[in-house]
Design a protein around this ligand. Structure first.
Ligand SMILES: Nc1nc2c(ncn2[C@@H]2O[C@H](COP(=O)(O)OP(=O)(O)OP(=O)(O)O)[C@@H](O)[C@H]2O)c(=O)[nH]1
Ligand SMILES: [Mg+2]
Length: 428
């Protein structure tokens, strides 16, 4: 695998896609998304090559005739890189590279490069490097094949290239083992931090990349996480307290966005970052409703949530960027009819913060119970707990004990059980 270091920021690139049966309708969107991904790395897209086929060519994915055309385009535009929208096998990449005489990436490699470029924290860097190494392992062959070709290679003794591949494989495997250990260490630290926050209601922003999750995070929590009109601007999870009066208090996490065909090695490496999502009490699924393909984005996000085991976490669907669409009231009514309970907001408009905070607060209160709890004076330290984690209406200081009128959310029921010897009788 050849990295982006060898390429200029503004390198001329050619995009290529094979359209398989049943995918024709989405072809234009897929290529425009691929162009956005290339733009995120600063590349200049100079041309596109698209071919409809009933099945991929086993050796080169795209047909040989089309490859000839592409060779012409590469020469004409002095393209340094060809990016395929499809995932190529290691052998297909090598064959195409040889035939075109320039570097070839597939979609997975492009996404891995973006992640590598955007990783900021130690954890994200380790996660991305691990995913890249796993992608690289089966592709080492191509890097050294030229040595065997130069020396006439295959004979009774092993070629130089093959020996070099064995050495590289061992090094890459050792690096993978080291990174996995390092990730485990970071994950353990993260679990400890999360336990400290476990008395809060945890909401997580999820959705397709560029939907506006970080912008909403800033608008809801007054923080200043990085926002950009680029794909995968955010890779690291950020957690902040939500500015609202609900009890228990609410913390909100912003995290990596999803995309069609998110590489599996990335999903696996980002397991701990995505754990926030799996363990959340509520997912705020943000959708850029101004995007022509937003319905597919909803399905993709649902698919990734399924893949990471987050199917059971309650969700709130938030259609964002309504300032760019939904100019017509009818559009909005139709949307609300199709997706009952959804919210329609613009992160740039005043009302978004209250609309979303109110909806979250309502979810926190969902299933809350009102109780009068008797707390003996010998246990008066616990009163602080009630103020912190429930809504206290009043405290009656009687001769025998304190009587606390409070509202307890479902999340905190277990926490308060210990003050209630008869908890089961009260249905707590
Ligand atoms: N017009 C408009 N633009 C918005 C709105 N919300 C976000 N944006 C823009 O959309 C782009 C992406 O916003 P981000 O908040 O970075 O999106 P994200 O979902 O965090 O993206 P990733 O971190 O890449 O997954 C930025 O240019 C924002 O300024 C909105 O309500 N209206
Ligand atoms: Mg973001």
């Amino acid at each position: 695998m050849t990295g982006s270091n060898a390429l200029k920021n503004s390198a001329a690139v050619l995009l290529a896609a094979v359209i398989l049966p049943g995918c024709a309708e989405k072809a234009a969107d897929a290529l425009s998304e691929l162009a956005d991904l290339a733009d995120t790395l600063g590349f200049t897209v100079v041309a596109q090559a698209v071919q409809a086929r009933t099945a991929p060519d086993p050796g080169t994915y795209i047909g040989r005739g089309k490859l000839e055309d592409m060779r012409g385009l590469v020469a004409q535009h002095e393209a340094e890189l060809v990016i395929f929208d499809n995932d190529l096998s290691p052998r297909q990449s090598q064959n195409i590279e040889r035939l075109l005489g320039c570097m070839v990436w597939d979609r997975t490699q492009l996404i891995l490069e973006i992640f590598a470029r955007h990783a900021r924290t130690a954890e994200a860097r380790v996660q991305v490097e691990l995913a890249r190494m796993q992608y690289m392992l089966p592709r080492l062959v191509g890097l050294w094949a030229h040595l065997d070709r130069e020396r006439g290679g295959i004979g009774t003794s092993r070629g130089m290239g093959e020996k070099q591949i064995q050495i590289d494989r061992r090094m890459v495997r050792a690096r993978i083992a080291h990174l996995q250990k390092e990730l485990l260490r970071i994950e353990t630290e993260r679990i400890t931090q999360r336990k400290q926050r476990s008395t809060c209601f945890q909401a997580s922003l999820v959705g397709y990349t560029n939907a506006g999750k970080s912008t909403l995070m800033n608008c809801l929590t007054g923080s200043s996480v990085h926002v950009a009109d680029k794909l995968f601007a955010t890779l690291d999870a950020t957690t902040r307290a939500l500015d609202c009066l609900s009890k228990p208090s609410v913390v909100l996490t912003d995290t990596v966005g999803f995309i069609r065909s998110l590489p599996h090695s990335l999903v696996a490496s980002f397991r701990s970052t995505l754990e926030h999502v799996r363990e959340a009490d509520l997912l705020l699924h943000v959708v850029d409703v101004s995007h022509p393909d937003y319905e597919t984005h909803i399905q993709t996000t649902a698919g990734v949530l399924h893949e990471i085991g987050a199917d059971d976490v309650p969700r709130l669907l938030i259609f964002n960027k309504i300032d760019l669409s939904l100019h017509d009231a009818i559009d909005r009514i139709m949307l609300e009819k199709k997706y009952p309970g959804c919210l329609c907001v613009s992160a740039f408009e005043e009302g978004a913060r209250n609309t979303i905070t109110d909806a979250i607060t309502a979810r926190v209160r969902d299933g809350c119970i009102s109780r009068t709890i008797r707390l003996p004076y010998s246990n008066s330290d616990a009163l602080a707990d009630f103020y912190a984690y429930s809504i206290v209406d009043s405290v009656d200081y009687r001769e025998d004990a304190m009587y606390i009128d409070c509202i307890i959310s479902p999340l905190m029921r277990r926490h308060f059980n210990r003050y209630l010897p008869d908890a089961r009788n009260h249905g707590l």
